[in-house]
Design a protein around this ligand. Structure first.
Ligand SMILES: [Zn+2]
Length: 1164
């Protein structure tokens, strides 16, 4: 901290004396406990008053010396105390008194200016005070008179710099030609007077805090001058002694480019190229490293905004909404109310209370927290939902009949249904068109309730779709020679001679049957490889899925299936300076270097686009696909533009596309350039996922985390049209593909399509023993695009039809689970998959849960969004999780009917015990729950409402507490139970408030991984997500009253103990979302402003040289200066150099009676 030499303690004695009279001087709240001028003024006040009135040089010097010693020994608090006691005003008065004379006394002025610089630097109102005292122009005059004297000029410049913290003062100086005077003091490269030059540049930069000064500088052409100066200093400073000067010049350029005109001048004078070239030199030299970051930031800031190369910001997918066929809102032409440049736009995409300021957003209205709002619809509308509770009316007659044959016949009828679907989809088109093959999802439900009837016309459309799909898909498989070989192997036939595009229809038919054989052969080899996945079933389901563009191709991973790879994937380490490097590469594009190609190679809206034979091929026109455009930037670099949500111009984040025609082992850089979130887990170890068809065909059908050199940062792109204030971010990653000519898929996260859900439910239905498990898939409703939204009922069949067993069944509490309301949150679907599979399993806990509860599960609340690859919304362009208060039956049917079902359960006295909506969270790690609590909300909001008398069942904490013990990915400390106003229309809050469900949750699963527990540092895979779904079910045992279940529950705890899962908790506390990223991701980052110590050390070194000046030792000054500027670190350790040694000595003698005291203090 301090050099505890004798000298430094000199003034402790004086300090003690001061303390004696002014005990508050060194206490915490000194400022407050003092009154300004009592009869017994403090020592400090006496000093300040003496200073202003002192007539003679010697006493002024002595007082200045005392003040300097005082202020140098302690912390900034002393200076602030002095400021509060009128220190600045006293110094300014003294300055005006001394400086006004015709021949000012510089023995006094110099230390006075130095002290003023130090104090003023910490006084936010110094500019105003200086103006009031008339010190501003006086100082400027002093500067003008001392241009030849480096030491004096430097002192004036520091004071001017400090004064310029006020806009009006800076303008005053600017109006009086201060800018020109100071600018003239910045010479070309020189080794002399470096601190003075630096002081001039810093003062110049400080003056640029006002618009008027910046305009003046731009109009006078100083920008090109500054650039030339930078180039000159940079190129000639071979010994790296003037880095501080270069920094200061960059700082000036940063200031001056705050204005549009400044940025334009910077560009037109070749600023970008100049900085680009100097930066390249910096990168080669260790000594110049520190100039790289400010240079890169400066270039980045000046890059002109580039509109995305799109014809419209509106999604490429448009869907006419019922009732308003042309009412697609056109955001593009919406006038922007402000043309002013804004750095930050409200990030409205907080999924759930993440970085929000709780206090503003918390619901503090007790009525709203406690009273149930009126239902949004009349009671008469509720009975329609009775058919969605077949378990309540089903008579289980089959239990009485001799069970075996009957059940197998049920099963076989179900499977023959499936076969019918399948056959229907591999047609020789004409053959099977009889009505018996129209399928019905709920045909196995003997209650004969609502079923998915389809018109004949529709079915045949699906058939055709499937056929086309089949063909196109296999032709993709055949595009690459390696795959062709594999296909041939599978076919066990010789390579065909020629396979052209000029096939007539007959040949096409033959082709199709070839492909069919081929696929079948491959499937045979593949059979049973992936549990709960059947490619044929998937294809059948996909044939019925309706999309806006009419997808005709299946993405291979969805069709073939995904198996989690063995082992775990660690979070990707972040390479140092990776962002800087990527930004630097992006800047190169503007310099139009030879390697820039800039050619569109994929356009979702232009199918006829021909792309060069040596570029990557992209494709995204399949279920869940999202890629709108790909532009080859350099040979191995591509910009990717994502499609906005359908009927919308926003919410880009989710991507999923196919890429082919690659060369193995070449690092390809991909830049997703229109991301919208302001930060991303991609900055914290998350990787995108990759699926290789080649690998899959070789027996490794895995989505794997992939990509290196990943980072996420703000870019210079802006919307294509209109002036919507949007900031875009780049996600960049580099992939080296393993195989030549492979077909690969890249996605934001493990995809899970709507067709996958449909197929999965079919498999599950077939997998359960109908004598044990009551499993019903029904249709909740159809969506805007006429896809069915499935609702699944799972419970245990009663042991018999006895009154007791039936009574138990009909009185089981309900658990309602929903998911995937946000289509981009595919992790939610994997968690749901885990839940569904567990509930259908023969696990004793699952059996116990089925006997205790009836599960109503709506696994995908937003099928249309999922199908069309949107990220946030459904086809009406709305976030469905903000529609729960008053859902529109036409525009938000899934929400409307889910709420209807809940109302219905409510109306028959069967309010669910637990409700949980599964989500994904893009900015946090781990898995956690949001719940609802009146008390916690009121406490957290600091509300004055007295909560003592308020009764609240603490049961809402049971499940999270349990999960914390049994689920390794779960983090109890990330949970909260606050009711936010901005979330008042979400499922969680509405179900809690309107339905009175105590345990109403949102479950958020990370896209990235965990920072605690046994998965700490690992990225999450589908296995871990599914495990979470299972653990959530297990945790439900904690809310059961059933003794048998509790017994099993104890068993689980016991097992988990054995597995050592329980000891992983309790060390993650309430931290920020993320540790600060190694590099700033924003480019508002300026050159770091001068800190107090920087200025102090400059001032101090000036004094040392002032000594020499007094001694007339001009000759060594250059060297001295240079040393001063180089070894700042050395100086910062030195506390006080303000005064020449002689004067210091004198003042010591005058005031010193404290040395011994200090020494005693020190030794005691
Ligand atoms: Zn969500």
């Amino acid at each position: 901290m301090f050099g505890y030499g004798r000298k430094n303690f000199t003034w402790n004695g004086t300090l003690r004396e001061l303390e004696g009279r002014c005990p508050a001087f060194c206490t915490e709240r000194g400022g407050r406990s003092m009154t300004a001028s009592t009869s017994s003024s403090s020592g400090l006040e006496v000093l300040l008053s003496t200073l202003q009135n002192a007539g003679d040089v010697e006493s002024t010097l002595n007082i200045l010396s005392v003040l300097d010693e005082l202020l140098s020994a302690g912390t900034d608090r002393r200076i602030h105390y002095m400021i509060s006691k009128g220190g600045s005003e006293a110094l300014l008065t003294t300055l005006v008194n001394t400086g006004r004379s015709f021949s000012p006394n510089y023995t006094v002025l110099l230390p006075l200016l130095h002290l003023l610089a130090k104090v003023g630097h910490r006084d936010r109102r110094i500019g105003m005070k200086a103006e009031k005292a008339g010190a501003v122009l006086l100082t400027l005059n002093l500067l003008k008179h001392n241009i030849e004297n480096a030491t004096r000029a430097a002192a004036c410049l520091w004071v001017i710099q400090v004064f310029s913290s006020s806009v009006s003062t800076a303008n005053l100086i600017g109006e009086n030609h201060g800018l020109d005077v100071i600018y003239s003091l910045i010479p070309q490269y020189s080794t002399k007077h470096l601190p003075t030059i630096k002081a001039a540049i810093n003062a110049f930069a400080a003056l640029l805090c006002t618009k008027a000064n910046v305009c003046s500088v731009v109009s006078k052409g100083y920008i090109s001058g500054l650039l030339q100066l930078y180039e000159d200093w940079h190129s000639k400073d071979t010994q790296h002694v003037a880095i501080a000067i270069c920094h200061a010049l960059l700082h000036c350029l940063h200031k001056v480019t705050h204005s549009t005109a400044g940025r334009q001048a910077f560009i037109s004078h070749g600023g970008t190229r100049l900085l680009y070239e100097t930066t390249q030199k910096c990168l080669l030299s260790k000594g110049l490293e520190s100039l790289v970051e400010p240079s890169v930031q400066l270039m980045r800031k000046c890059l002109p905004g580039t509109p995305l190369p799109l014809t419209s910001d509106q999604s490429a997918y448009k869907f006419p909404l019922p009732g308003r066929p042309h009412a697609v809102p056109d955001m593009d032409v919406a006038p922007d109310d402000s043309s002013e440049e804004s750095d930050e736009e409200e990030d409205e995409d907080n999924q759930e209370a993440d970085s929000k300021d709780y206090d503003d957003d918390l619901e503090t209205d007790l009525n709203k927290l406690r009273n149930r709002p009126d239902p949004d619809r009349p009671k008469e509308l509720l009975p329609q939902y009775s058919h969605l509770c077949p378990e309540l009316s089903h008579d289980f007659q089959e239990l009485d009949l001799s069970s075996e044959p009957e059940e197998s016949s049920t099963a076989s009828s179900s499977s023959s249904d499936e076969e019918a679907v399948l056959l229907n989809c591999f047609p020789l088109r004409s053959s099977r068109r009889d009505s018996s093959t129209t399928s019905s999802d709920s045909s196995t439900s003997s209650s004969g309730s609502h079923s998915e009837t389809e018109t004949e016309g529709h079915t045949s459309a699906a058939v055709q779709l499937e056929a086309r799909d089949f063909h196109s898909h296999s032709s993709i498989l055949c595009t690459s020679p390696s795959l062709r070989t594999m296909v041939r192997e599978a076919r066990e036939e010789a390579p065909p001679a020629q396979r052209g595009d000029e096939l007539d229809d007959e040949e096409r038919g033959a082709e199709e049957s070839h492909h069919r054989t081929m696929i079948d052969k491959l499937l045979e080899r593949h059979r049973d490889c992936i549990p709960h996945h059947e490619p044929k079933l998937y294809r059948a389901a996909a044939a019925k899925t309706k999309s806006i563009p009419g997808f005709s191709i299946l993405a291979f991973p969805d069709f073939w299936g995904h198996l989690p790879p063995p082992g775990h994937t660690h979070m990707a380490p972040r390479k140092p300076n990776i962002q800087r490097q990527k930004v630097f590469e992006d800047i190169q594009r503007f310099l139009k270097t030879d390697d820039i190609i800039n050619q569109v190679v994929f356009d979702l809206e232009d199918g006829s686009l021909q792309c060069p034979s040596d570029s990557l091929k992209f494709f995204s026109k399949f279920e869940c696909g999202n890629l709108r455009k790909a532009i080859q930037v350099r040979r191995y670099e591509y910009d990717l533009i994502l499609n906005a949500d359908a009927n919308c111009s926003q919410h880009t984040q989710w991507f999923y596309f196919e890429v082919s025609n690659m060369v193995a082992d070449v690092p390809y850089r991909f830049n997703v350039i229109n991301c919208e979130k302001s930060n991303s887990q991609f900055n914290y170890g998350m990787q995108p996922v990759l699926y290789s068809v080649r690998e899959a065909l070789e027996g490794r059908p895995h989505w794997v985390r992939s990509g290196t050199e990943i980072c996420y940062f703000r870019n210079h792109f802006c919307p294509a049209r209109g002036r919507r204030r949007t900031t875009f971010y780049t996600l960049t990653f580099t992939i080296s593909f393993k195989h030549n000519e492979d077909v690969c898929y890249l996605a934001y996260h493990y995809p899970y399509t709507y067709s996958a859900l449909k197929a999965h439910l079919k498999v599950l239905q077939k997998s359960v023993d109908p004598a044990m498990v009551f499993f019903r898939e029904q249709i909740l409703c159809t969506t805007l695009a006429e896809n069915s939204c499935p609702v699944v009922t799972i419970t245990a069949c009663p042991a018999s039809r006895s009154w007791k067993d039936m009574h138990q069944l009909r009185n089981r509490p309900y658990i309602v689970l929903t998911g995937r309301v946000h289509p981009g949150e595919s992790n939610a679907s994997w968690v749901m998959k885990g839940t569904l599979e567990f509930l259908c399993s023969s696990d004793p806990v699952a059996q116990s849960l089925r006997e205790d509860f009836v599960f109503k599960i709506i696994p995908m609340l937003n099928p249309d969004g999922v199908i069309n690859g949107t990220n946030r919304c459904d086809l009406s362009g709305e976030d469905l999780n903000r529609q729960w208060s008053k859902p529109d039956p036409v525009l938000s049917p899934t929400i409307y009917h889910t709420k209807g079902l809940l109302y219905y359960l409510n109306s028959i006295g069967r309010t669910p015990l637990v409700f949980c909506d599964y989500h994904g969270h893009s900015r946090k790690k781990n898995v956690f729950l949001y719940g609802c609590s009146v008390k916690e909300t009121l406490w957290q909001s600091g509300s004055a409402v007295d909560t003592v008398g308020l009764k609240e069942d603490p049961g809402y904490r049971t499940i999270p507490k349990t999960l914390d013990r049994i689920a390794p990915a779960f983090s109890f400390n990330s949970c909260n139970y606050l009711v936010e106003k901005s979330r008042s229309a979400t499922a969680r809050v509405v179900v809690w408030r309107e339905m009175g469900v105590l345990r109403s949750y949102t479950m958020e699963s990370t896209y990235n991984g965990c920072d605690q527990g046994i998965y700490k540092g690992l990225q999450t895979g589908t296995k871990e997500l599914q495990e979470m779904g299972m653990k959530f079910c297990q945790s439900l045992l904690s809310v059961t009253k059933d003794m048998k279940a509790l017994y099993i529950w104890r068993l689980i705890n016991h097992i988990d103990l054995d597995h050592n899962i329980l000891d992983h908790k309790s060390h993650n506390c309430f931290e920020d979302d993320e540790p600060p990223c190694v590099e700033e991701i924003e480019y508002s980052t300026d050159c770091p402003a001068l800190t107090g110590t920087d200025l102090d050390s400059d001032v101090n070194s000036n004094m040392a040289s002032a000594d020499k000046e007094e001694e007339g030792d001009e000759g060594h000054r250059g060297a001295k200066y240079r040393q001063g500027s180089v070894s700042q670190s050395q100086q910062s350790g030195v506390k006080s150099h303000l005064f020449p040694h002689l004067i210091r000595q004198a003042s010591i003698e005058t005031h010193c009676n404290g040395v011994s005291i200090a020494t005693e203090q020190f030794t005691s």
